[in-house]
Design a protein around this ligand. Structure first.
Ligand SMILES: O=C(O)[C@H](O)COP(=O)(O)O
Length: 338
């Protein structure tokens, strides 16, 4: 075979294609599968098992990670279903261009990256997997509190840089005996609360619902103002407000105790980032751990680089277990819906 030529394995007789002319694996499959099968566009990484199950069920699946909004708008018209995680935004323009779209699957919990009104106006179903990542997000929040309490990432970085600053890190705190305030006592907030309770913490919660789904024995429900005044640690587990208003801003920081620890594994817009920076500078907030940012990835790195801030790149649902559950669920949803 000469350079720049390939032999296709789909033919009995060897056929040679110029590199430019050779069909992709995808179009090779299209040539042998029925043309009227439903087509699914997967925009963010999902487990291979989900893709395999969908294909085995007869769906045509294209994986296109990292599409620009313009590229998505151009492509989306050819699909019956779209799968997204949090990175891909499905706005009004993309939905308007989605001529044959019937289903949007959010492989995860938050649907704030999808224009729900635009989807509803076109009768496009929007489905998510609200339970699959509960434990993973709750465990990350707990891990971040433990890391903040003893400044584990900072101590690790110091030792790795050849230093041994035992004294500088000798003012850690124990979680047992402290009060954790959970804003949004849903599945995740409730799971975190039960774990915290098992560690000997008192747990208070604030929720819009009188009987929140994550309520558990021992949880004391308070108003947000009361919670902020009582909590030594504050964790956010609420969806973003429709107006995009921060739940924790200047006023809320002012109501908090001195030296509070803050964890946000929910959505970046829930915390006013300028107000948090000021609260870290003044010492009102002793440490903050952020898995989410107002813009992801954040362009302004002042918060991420603050010595009392620990960051992770939106990893709440990124465990093998959560993603495996999500994968099975989305394949099931699409095979039922299409
Ligand atoms: O809403 C969610 O499910 C979480 O924020 C996780 O988002 P991801 O699927 O983009 O990791």
């Amino acid at each position: 075979m000469s350079a720049g030529k390939f032999e296709t394995l789909l033919q009995d007789e060897p056929v040679f294609w110029d590199v430019e002319q050779r069909p992709s694996r995808q179009s090779e499959r299209e040539a042998v599968l029925p043309v009227d099968r439903a087509r699914v566009l997967v925009c963010d990484p999902i487990p291979a098992v989900a893709i395999e199950r969908m294909r085995a069920g007869g769906l045509g699946v294209d994986e296109k990670d990292g599409l620009s909004p313009e590229a998505l708008e151009t492509l989306i018209g050819g699909y019956d279903a779209v799968v997204v995680r949090s990175a891909t935004r499905l706005g009004a323009r993309q939905i308007a261009a989605a001529r044959r779209l019937r289903v949007i699957v959010r492989a995860g919990v938050g649907t704030d990256n999808i224009d729900l009104a635009a989807a509803a106006s076109r009768d496009i179903a929007v489905l998510n997997t609200p339970k699959a990542s509960t434990g993973s997000v709750a465990e990350l929040a707990l891990g971040l509190f433990l890391a903040l309490a003893r400044r584990i990432p900072q101590a690790d970085a110091a030792v790795k840089s050849g230093r041994w600053p035992k004294k500088a890190f000798s003012d850690g705190i124990e979680l047992a005996g402290k009060t954790l305030g959970i804003i949004g006592v849903g599945r995740i907030g409730g799971t975190l609360g039960r774990c915290a309770s098992a560690l000997g913490m008192a747990v208070v919660g604030a929720d819009k619902a009188a009987e929140p789904v994550g309520r558990f024995e021992g949880l004391e429900l308070l108003s947000l103002e009361e919670l902020l005044a009582r909590a030594d640690l504050v964790s956010l587990h609420t969806p973003p407000s429709e107006e995009g208003r921060a739940v924790i801003g200047w006023e809320e920081f002012a109501r908090m105790k001195e030296g509070v620890l803050l964890v946000n594994c929910a959505r970046g817009g829930l915390v006013d980032e300028e107000a948090l920076l000021a609260a870290l500078e003044s010492g009102k907030v002793r440490g903050a751990a952020l898995d989410v940012f107002a813009g992801e990835p954040p362009r302004d790195l002042r918060l991420a680089r603050h010595p009392h801030v620990i960051c992770t790149p939106h990893l709440g649902a990124s465990t093998r277990e959560a993603q495996a559950r999500i994968g099975v669920e989305i394949a099931q949803i699409l095979l039922e819906q299409l």
